[in-house]
Design a protein around this ligand. Structure first.
Ligand code: COA
Length: 166
């Protein structure tokens, strides 16, 4: 009888194991914009990202990896520290690398950094139709606390307000 072959790691473990998370710098701008345009129907402008980099209260964290012939930026999260709140403005992972733990890792890192600066809660806003994002936040323990009607001006879509106490 053949000996049992060692089990192959799932893609998720392989990607998550090689991820690095670091703050974005200006030199990342074009690569981040490539991902922003892939991830969102209504992407932010380059200028908006450039401005975020200048604000003391804003942080952009990048998840990077080293898969051959693949863009090096796998995901990002943008958040503001406002008093004791981590307000999540934007979060994305590469469409070809979804469900591999990238957003989970970025959110864990954002919360850890926010906690170290005294945050006691975190609040993302999510389009009502964004099932993957709503599922992600629910899986991370966030609760829904309200709806902001017609919050997204592009399509007049409602925002679901969620909260996690830290
Ligand atoms: C939402 C988004 C950031 C999730 O990123 P991701 O890297 O695929 O998320 P993760 O792999 O870390 O998922 C963690 C958990 O979230 C939940 N989840 C994420 N995507 C899901 C989906 N499509 N369906 C159901 N659950 C989902 C699952 O519980 C998942 O855990 P599991 O894979 O072990 O079941 C990604 O889909 C994305 O970039 N979407 C486009 C941009 C966007 O809408 N951003 C959100 C703005 S608020």
């Amino acid at each position: 009888m053949r000996a049992r072959e060692p089990s192959t790691p799932r893609g998720q473990e392989a990607v998550a194991a090689t991820l690095e998370v670091r703050p974005m710098v200006l030199a990342d701008l074009e690569d981040v914009m490539d991902l922003e345009r892939l991830a969102f129907k209504h992407p932010w402008s380059t200028e908006l990202f450039r401005r975020e980099l200048l604000h003391d209260w804003s942080t952009i964290l990048l998840a990077t990896g080293k898969k051959p012939s693949f863009p090096k930026i796998y995901g990002f999260v943008i958040y503001w520290m406002v008093h004791d709140e981590i307000h999540i403005l934007n979060l994305a992972s590469h469409p070809k690398l979804r469900r591999q733990g990238i957003a989970r890792r970025l959110m864990a890192e954002a919360l850890e950094r926010g906690r170290a600066r005294g945050a006691t809660l975190t609040t993302p806003e999510v389009r009502r139709s964004n099932f993957p994002a709503l599922s992600l936040y629910r899986a991370l323990g966030y609760r829904q606390v309200g709806i902001r009607p017609n919050y997204y001006v592009d399509e007049g879509e409602d925002a679901v307000v969620m909260v996690l106490d830290l």
